[in-house]
Structures are given as structure tokens and as C-alpha cells.
Design a protein around this ligand. Structure first.
Ligand SMILES: CC(C)(COP(=O)(O)OP(=O)(O)OC[C@H]1O[C@@H](n2cnc3c(N)ncnc32)[C@H](O)[C@@H]1OP(=O)(O)O)[C@@H](O)C(=O)NCCC(=O)NCCS
Length: 157
């Protein structure tokens, strides 16, 4: 197994990111290429693409404003899961957010999304609140918060 490499992706990658998003999320939760392109053109917004063996395997999107960062989405293709891409993307997103001046990171995760909750917990994210009936299927979102300084847990110095 090759460790994923992570690189920035701009609005020009919107079609690819939309394909990756569609593979990872149910139809009601999918984001189209136009929406992704518009988001990535906004100030403070960024995306990171994970590749393994030259193939795109997943991406993360985040934004930073007023010293706080938010994870907008995280998606890894089903055939490439449990190989470290999700963790590598999140670590890179946290490092990028810290570089852009954020010292706190927030994200929402569906209460029933055990895989993502374990991933985020391993990166030091802890529950900070709950949004009731946040998702189209009526499930609650947990709001998680992680400190970005000092170093991201598990990051290579
Ligand atoms: C959540 C998601 C991004 C994880 O990506 P991934 O590349 O498989 O994650 P990693 O291989 O880096 O796993 C990191 C850790 O997360 C946890 N984890 C990931 N998938 C898991 C699963 N299916 N079951 C249990 N734990 C899991 C484990 O703690 C894992 O560490 P380990 O492999 O050393 O045990 C991926 O499952 C996905 O795209 N899901 C659909 C979209 C989604 O839910 N996005 C998050 C929205 S908030």
C-alpha cells in the first residue's frame, strides 16, 4: 500500500472533486461541481486532494475566517478506505488551517457516522454541541472542536 500524497486543489478541480464527493455520499448529500467551484473561489476556502499511485482517492475542503477553521467536507472513495487517506487529509487540512491563522477547528459529523467519529476523535476533536435534525435524513449532527495549536496529534514534526 502506498501512502497517499496530498496536494492543494483549486476551483479548476471542481469536476473531479464532485465525482469523488458523489462516490462518498448519498444522493441527497451530494455537492455538484458548480457549488464546489463557487465555494473554492470564496476567500478563505481551500481543498486538498489525496492521490495514491497517481490516482485521486479523496479530498477535504475547509475554510478559515477570523482565526477559526471549519471542515466543509471530507470524502474518500470506498475502494480506498482504511488505508490512511482520511487521516492524512485531515492532518493536512489542520496544518493548512493553522498556517492560515486558525487556532480552533470546528466540524459537523452525523451522530451515526462511526467511521468519521473515530477518525476525528483520533485527531483530538471533542464534542462541543449538537444540531438537531441537521441532515436531510433527519439525523442529528454533532459539532466537534479541535485545538490546532500546539501540534496536531499524530502529526510528523
Ligand atoms: C470517514 C472517511 C473519510 C474515512 O476515510 P478513510 O480513508 O477510510 O480513513 P483512514 O483510513 O484514514 O482511517 C483513520 C481512522 O479512522 C477510523 N476509521 C475509519 N474508517 C473506519 C471504519 N469503517 N470503522 C471504524 N473505524 C474507522 C479508524 O480509527 C482509523 O484508524 P485505523 O485504520 O488505524 O484503525 C471515509 O469513510 C468516507 O469517505 N466516508 C464517507 C463520507 C464521510 O462520512 N465523510 C465524513 C463526513 S463528516
Amino acid at each position: 500500500m502506498t501512502a497517499p500524497t496530498i496536494r492543494p486543489a483549486g476551483p479548476e478541480a471542481a469536476d473531479l472533486l464532485a465525482l469523488l464527493h458523489a462516490e462518498a455520499f448519498r444522493p441527497a448529500d451530494r455537492w455538484g461541481a458548480q457549488a464546489i467551484g463557487l465555494l473554492l473561489a470564496l476567500p478563505g476556502h481551500f481543498a486538498l486532494l489525496a492521490e495514491a499511485g497517481g490516482e485521486p482517492v479523496g479530498f477535504a475542503m475547509g475554510r478559515v475566517a477570523a482565526g477559526e477553521a471549519e471542515v466543509l467536507t471530507l470524502a474518500v472513495r470506498p475502494a480506498h478506505r482504511r488505508q490512511g487517506a482520511g487521516r492524512a487529509l485531515m492532518r493536512a487540512l489542520m496544518e493548512e488551517a493553522a498556517k492560515r491563522g486558525a487556532d480552533l477547528l470546528f466540524l459537523e459529523v452525523a451522530e451515526g457516522n462511526a467511521a468519521a467519529r473515530l477518525l476525528y476523535a483520533g485527531l483530538g476533536a471533542a464534542e462541543a454541541g449538537r444540531r438537531r435534525r441537521y441532515y436531510p435524513d433527519g439525523s442529528d449532527a454533532l459539532v466537534l472542536r479541535a485545538a490546532l495549536t500546539p501540534p496536531v496529534p499524530g502529526a510528523v514534526a
